[in-house]
Design a protein around this ligand. Structure first.
Ligand code: UD1
Length: 374
């Protein structure tokens, strides 16, 4: 691939900063547009920001700044977003502004000069599915349930049962064709970002690819941001000698994908045209329980701290979701390369060099006061 001029929005963030490094490594000219959100960066330029990338400190909603940032650019990776699911349920304007309006601003600036762009790649999320896909073996039927009703959760019945025969449903890989049931403002805004980009891309013939990231982990996760995923939340608790709080019974599962594999997928989007105008799951296909993650992190950090399984639940939480990655395999040649064991070992090595301010209790209190944790 020739040397390209690439813009990465949100390039100072956890995932996008790794992407910037990989692009620079490949010899591309990389420009970052990032507003350095206070909750994530504490208003500072992160020390890991790649010095070989040009940095523009601006908000993605600032049309003038975005227009300047697009000058000479051939490929846009749109990774800028507010990312806290729970927080999106009360800071609604902030999430809609950054994620929806920010994408609108970017696209409106792009369509003023559509011929300039060879590719647009947008970061979407597994959260747009809501619950994952399930199967009832006795009925020989696949099922796509909506959220568990509150009466069921109040009774601490965490798993789904078949509405026909009553047996427990089995989790199966969630494919891109599963109906979308986004259940948080964040998730709705991610669906919007994905669909805006694909719609505009199709209309203006800007080849566009959307990646639905599963639960991403790795070095540079914002440890002091209590609204990010559990690898960061649990690590931050343990590093401060506090027990991780586990909702439900800890047996809920997710597909934890290493940030390196997310970067690989993003590179494939510019290496091949095979994925143009499509959305892809980027995960591993392996399900891991929340309890297992807490145990692996505690033992890796050498902390003899038992997690607290509190039996509470978070409003809008899903029970299981694991990626079916066959579409990305087939059309992009994507293959996850980092096992959870290796990935967590690398995360732990990085954690050893970090300090984490534990703000989890405050965040949980905030969610509880709004009846978003019960
Ligand atoms: C959500 C989003 C995902 C996003 C991620 C990080 C959905 C379906 N997915 O993932 O797109 O990338 O947030 O922002 O909305 N848990 C605990 N204790 C805690 C915190 C969480 O037990 O202190 C549990 C939750 O109840 C949940 C599981 O851990 O069952 C995973 O939570 P989390 O890491 O926040 O990710 P998701 O909700 O899967």
């Amino acid at each position: 691939m020739d040397k390209l001029n690439i813009l990465v929005t949100g390039g100072a963030g956890f995932i996008a900063s790794h992407l910037v490094d990989a692009l620079v490594e490949r010899g591309h000219n990389v420009r970052i547009l990032d507003s350095l959100v206070e909750q994530v960066h504490g208003g500072k330029v992160p020390e890991f920001l790649n010095a070989k990338a040009e940095f523009i400190h601006a908000d993605v909603c600032d049309a003038d700044a975005v227009s300047k940032a697009l000058d000479g650019i051939e490929v846009v990776y749109h990774q800028a977003a507010e990312v806290g699911v729970g927080q999106s349920m009360y800071e609604i304007v902030k999430y809609v502004k950054t994620n929806d309006l920010g994408t609108a601003v970017l696209l409106e600036e792009m369509v003023k000069r559509p011929k300039q762009f060879k590719k647009l790649v947008v970061a979407s999320s597994m959260s747009i599915y809501g619950e994952g896909a399930y199967r009832c073996e006795p009925c020989n039927e696949n099922v796509n349930p909506f959220l568990r009703p509150s009466e069921q959760l109040e009774a601490h019945e965490w798993e789904f049962s078949c509405e026909t025969c009553g047996s427990q449903l089995k989790t199966i890989g969630t494919s891109e064709t599963k109906p979308l049931f986004p259940t948080s403002v964040y998730a709705v805004s991610k669906q919007d970002q994905e669909q805006y980009c694909l719609a505009v891309g199709r209309a203006y013939k800007i080849p566009t690819v959307a990646f639905r990231y599963f639960n991403v982990y790795g070095p540079r996760q914002a440890l002091s941001n209590p609204y990010t995923g559990i690898c960061a939340i649990f690590s931050s608790r343990l590093m401060n000698d506090q027990a991780p709080t586990i909702f439900e019974d800890g047996e809920q599962t997710r597909d934890f994908v290493n940030v390196k594999d997310i970067v690989r997928a993003n590179l494939l989007a510019i290496d091949t045209d095979g994925g143009d105008y499509n959305s892809f799951n980027i995960g591993t296909g392996r399900a891991t329980s929340v309890r297992e993650i807490a145990e692996l992190l505690a033992s890796g950090l050498g902390k003899d701290i038992q997690s607290e399984i509190v039996g509470k639940y978070r409003e809008g939480d899903i029970r299981h979701c694991v990626a079916d990655i066959s579409k990305a395999r087939k059309m992009l040649g994507y293959e996850p390369s980092v096992t959870l064991e290796d990935g967590l070992a690398e995360l732990l090595a990085w954690l050893a060099t970090q300090e984490a301010e534990d703000k989890v209790e405050g965040a949980t209190a905030e969610l509880t006061s709004r009846a978003l944790v019960k």
